[in-house]
Design a protein around this ligand. Structure first.
Ligand code: SIN
Length: 276
């Protein structure tokens, strides 16, 4: 139990904690905000149960942690462009996030966090997996840490977002998408810990090394982040909320429930420019 009266139950040694004793539908007092912020810093992704909160309260929760940002390829909920709709049903051709990634890492200032509330869940399945990029970094050899520590990589939203648009029949001619360079190893601005920062949705290549070496290194790193030792797995219930730190985690939404329905809303909190 923390000073704010919230209970923090870790999920695995590497990542994740379930938080109880807090109503996210009400404004967070200073002690509760600090308790949640500290728990996020330590556990990287937090899970809350039974949070049947309004869209306004969801947005207000996000704003408590920073400015909200709209998604570069998703129109959002009508009247609330900062609220991304996560939805799959029997007509879906794809689902959001079905690959290991950190949200919108192609942005110059990628999101610090994402807060997802699920209001319709399938009878079974539809879990989300989270992987700690601190654990992924820590598990590398000292030689590999030193090699990757001097490198940057190109993160480009175009290839992924255009493939999504093609699948959904959306015309994106004339649209441009964010693309930028980030360090392969970033230092978290709050914890000061180092985290691996490349992901399979957005990272196109490591810069300043031969193409073949970059491809081989990215293949290795994309496989490395999938180590179960770095992970936790969240089973959603109706009105569960997950709040993850995009600066030090990746996640993967498992689409094993077709043709069942799974729906939720996500808000995304602005972050800062990653530094090595
Ligand atoms: C995402 O934000 O990448 C989707 C996560 C999920 O649906 O579990």
């Amino acid at each position: 139990m923390s000073a704010a009266g919230i209970t923090i139950t870790p999920i695995t040694p590497a990542i994740g904690a379930e938080i109880s004793g807090v109503d996210l539908g009400a404004p967070l007092d200073e002690a509760t905000f600090t308790g949640i912020h500290n728990a996020l810093t330590e556990h990287q992704v937090l899970f809350f149960r039974d949070q049947d909160i309004s869209v306004e309260a969801h947005k207000a929760l996000g704003v408590r942690f920073g400015e909200l940002v709209a998604h570069p390829n998703d129109p959002g909920l009508e009247g609330h462009p900062e609220v991304m709709i996560i939805h799959a049903d029997e007509n879906s051709k794809r689902v959001a996030g079905e690959a290991w990634h950190s949200d919108v890492s192609c942005s110059e200032e990628p999101p610090m966090g994402s807060i997802l509330r699920m209001f319709t869940v399938p009878p079974h399945g539809g879990d989300t997996l989270f992987s700690s990029m601190y654990a992924a970094y820590d598990a590398l050899s000292e030689q590999m840490k030193s090699y990757l520590g001097g490198l940057s990589a190109l993160h480009d939203g175009g290839p992924y977002y255009r493939s999504v648009n093609a699948m959904l029949g959306r015309d994106d001619r004339g649209r441009t998408y964010p693309a930028t360079e980030h360090p392969v190893i970033r230092t978290h601005p709050v914890s000061g810990r180092k985290a691996l920062y490349v992901n399979s949705l957005f990272t196109q290549r490591i810069l300043g090394i031969p193409r073949g070496e970059s491809d081989a290194m990215l293949d290795f790193l994309f496989a490395h982040v999938q180590n179960p030792q770095f992970q936790c797995r969240f089973q959603w219930e109706q009105h569960s909320i997950a709040f993850w730190d995009n600066r030090c985690t990746q996640h993967y939404a498992v689409w094993d429930y077709f043709p069942e329905v799974r729906s939720g809303y996500r808000v995304t909190v602005k972050g800062d420019r990653p530094r090595a």
